[in-house]
Design a protein around this ligand. Structure first.
Ligand code: 13P
Length: 256
């Protein structure tokens, strides 16, 4: 059964006590803990400093762990960075790659996104690669051009390895604004992404991210081309996150 994925990106939130209590909230929530029964895969991505303790808390549950970023080199003189192997070592199965906040704050380029994805795959992680247009590009009607470029580069550079990744369409204008993209925009854009990858012979799950919450999750997930959600703000509260997971469970593992 193809899975619907719900990924919580905690971003730069959560000292150890906060992270522990959030992780306990996830583990103790029946909807989240048994989500796999309906083909829903749940991944949480805490900040680096909380990975270890969250791993200990979610151990023995189907909830999986992801890093929020990693370096493309295996090791060496890269102060402040962590490698894909380090994430694997601490129990991660996934890593976010090329999030727009990384592209903005750390100037991660399309080429670096490719290199990081390769490093992640080599280390045994599933990269969740983020793409999406800025507000300015959206207003200029350039959404498809941006996605053609971002997804096209991934297809050409990664080839069949891209099928070992997950894509996340995160329109930058919808992130943290409370203004999620409309279901219609999501449907047409995800269909376009599927068209781009298909021309390269690649089939890959595509998540949507940007102000997803318990109230709009069902509608956002209604498109056959939406294989799950990448959730920021609403993943910081176990009850809100459970509401999103519940919507995914209603969709079940039926996504393409
Ligand atoms: P919000 O859900 O807070 O808009 O964040 C989305 C996001 O960036 C997830 O990676």
């Amino acid at each position: 059964m193809t899975k619907t994925m719900i990924v919580g990106n905690w971003k730069m939130n959560g000292t150890q006590p906060v992270a522990r209590s959030l992780a306990e909230g996830l583990v103790n929530n029946d909807i989240i803990r048994s989500a796999h029964a309906d083909g829903v895969q749940v991944v949480c991505c805490p900040p680096f400093t909380a990975l270890s303790l969250v791993q200990q808390t979610i151990a023995d549950t189907p909830i999986q762990l992801g890093g929020q970023a990693c370096h493309h080199q295996r090791q060496g003189a890269h102060t402040g960075d962590v490698s894909a192997a380090m994430l694997r070592d601490v129990g991660c199965s996934h890593v976010l790659v090329g999030h727009s906040e990384r592209r903005r704050d750390h100037h991660e380029s399309d080429d670096q996104v490719v290199a990081i994805s390769i490093a992640a795959i080599d280390a045994g992680l599933v990269p969740i690669i983020c793409v999406g247009e800025t507000l300015e590009e959206h207003q200029q009607g350039l959404t498809r051009n941006v996605l053609q470029r971002q997804v096209g580069i991934l297809c050409s550079a990664l080839g069949n390895n891209l099928s070992r990744c997950v894509l996340a369409y995160e329109p930058v204008w919808a992130i943290g604004t409370g203004l999620a993209a409309t279901a219609e925009h999501v449907e047409t854009t995800h269909a376009y992404i599927a068209e781009v990858t298909r021309t390269h012979g690649i089939v890959i799950p595509v998540l949507y991210g940007g102000s997803a919450n318990a109230s709009n999750a069902e509608e956002l997930l209604s498109s056959e081309h939406v294989n799950g959600l990448l959730v920021g703000g609403a993943s910081l509260d176990a009850i809100s996150f459970a509401g999103i997971v519940a919507a995914a469970r209603r969709k079940g593992g039926a996504s393409s």
